[in-house]
Design a protein around this ligand. Structure first.
Ligand SMILES: [Zn+2]
Length: 431
């Protein structure tokens, strides 16, 4: 199969509409616990309860004594997962039970399911089955139960960490993790695990300074080699991955806290780790710390974090800005189509220029202002102290172009959905 004419993009789905489907699955047994009221833990210093802060302990509201029996989780990738719990309250019947889970603790996204009581088994049972909101294998499932009795007493169980494992292929997957990242790979050389860990460690302080903090969860990086295309397509919800010459190379989503990517044949694993992964993780930072409207500004920003660039972006920008094409901040730069490199590569140079001239702290302050709803150009003016027109001229001069930006023309309406993230790291070599 020739891949030379493919352009590449990522589609990110964040639909949270869930289906309630009750099933009784074959559960493995969990531990049995007798639970009574326990104190609420202190909030972490930054107010965000992240993954490495650990699961929260149980807490109660009211004065009932609660007896919590078996508490079970069963992953059934790719068909979802199920939960069961046996519980009693001293104050009366339990009238409602709900299971709540997060994949990316601290991201602000959670999902939940009401449970039904199975009288034969004496347990509350809940099942989640993916619809359009498929999540990849190996995401974290940190969950707890919320139980209410007929007197209105409540018991919130301790959180528990599970993994949405791909059990049917378990022995083919590679896995490695560190304080920065959890990486799983299929049909790729094992080096990609350590390379991903190394890349994330090398970028850690840069991310921290650029955003003012680290992600509250460890991103899940799920990588497929080209021969694992069927498994990749399954994990993507069985969408076709080649559509009208466009390869869906992956998806990055804050609500499940990671990125899933397929590598083209012959891909250099170091480029995946130091290029693709660092770029996609930057998108997770964008979602964590600011407001995102995908375009060249966002893609250039993500690519700014890559440590394996696809070319000499400054030279590319110089050549493109000297062409007859009307390229300017006001017109924007394409992130799809024939000139998709404009958005990625020229966009990156804007961030290179900003940080080289005004420091990495300017990056943090700029996004902070944007997260407070300050329009982008105003935010740039506040951080740099120069007008947006002057900033654009200064940037062009830094690129090596002395002409004025072309006459302002309106930005085109984006053709892709607002959660699409094209990836720059598999550029079509023949385009
Ligand atoms: Zn991107």
């Amino acid at each position: 199969m020739t891949l030379s004419r493919l352009s590449v993009r990522i589609v990110r789905g964040i639909c949270v509409a869930l289906l309630l489907v009750m099933t009784v699955a074959a559960f493995s047994l969990g531990s049995v616990a007798l639970a009574q009221g326990t104190p609420t833990p202190a909030a972490p210093e930054d107010g965000v309860h992240g993954e490495l802060d650990g699961p929260l302990p149980a807490r109660t509201e009211g004065d009932a004594e609660w007896h919590i029996g078996e508490r079970l989780y069963q992953g059934e990738f790719p068909d979802g997962f199920s939960f069961e719990i046996a519980a009693e309250s001293s104050a009366g019947d339990i009238t409602s039970a709900r299971v709540v889970w997060v994949h990316s603790p601290g991201s602000g996204t959670q999902r939940s399911r009401g449970a039904e009581f199975d009288p034969e088994r004496g347990r509350w049972v809940a099942h989640w089955e993916p619809a359009s909101n498929q999540v990849p294998p190996w995401v974290l499932v940190r969950y707890h139960w919320e139980l209410t009795d007929e007197q209105g007493n409540r018991y919130i169980t301790a959180e528990k960490d599970e993994v949405y494992a791909d059990d049917s292929n378990a022995d083919r997957w590679g896995h490695a993790e560190s304080e920065d990242v959890v990486v799983h790979w299929l049909a790729l050389p094992d080096e990609v695990g350590q390379q991903t860990i190394d890349a994330m460690a090398e970028r850690r302080e840069f991310y921290r300074q650029a955003w003012g903090g680290l992600l509250p969860y460890r991103p899940r990086v799920i990588l497929y080699g080209w021969t694992a295309r069927p498994e990749y397509e399954e994990a993507m919800g069985n969408r076709p991955i080649l559509v009208a010459g466009t390869l869906l190379a992956g998806t990055t989503a804050a609500d499940w806290g990671g990125t899933i990517q397929i590598a083209q044949p012959g891909s250099d694993t170091r480029r995946i780790a130091y290029g693709t992964v660092l770029h996609e993780v930057a998108h997770l930072y964008q979602h964590q710390f600011t407001r995102v409207t995908p375009d060249w500004f966002i893609e250039g920003n993500a690519e700014f974090f890559s440590m394996a660039r696809s070319g000499d972006y400054r030279a590319y920008a110089r050549q493109r800005l000297q062409s007859d094409d009307p390229l300017s901040f006001a017109a924007g730069f394409a992130t799809s189509g024939e000139n998709f490199r404009d958005g990625y590569w020229i966009g990156t140079t804007v961030w290179d220029y900003l940080v080289e001239t005004y420091g990495l702290d300017a990056h943090r302050r700029l996004w902070e202002l944007i997260s407070q709803n300050v329009p982008r150009n105003e935010a740039i003016e506040q951080v740099t102290g120069v007008s947006i027109e002057q900033f654009e001229m200064d940037w062009r001069t830094w690129i090596g172009v002395t002409s004025l930006p072309p006459t302002l023309i309106p930005s085109p309406t984006p053709l892709f959905d607002p959660f699409s993230f094209p990836t720059p790291t598999f550029p079509p070599s023949g385009a």
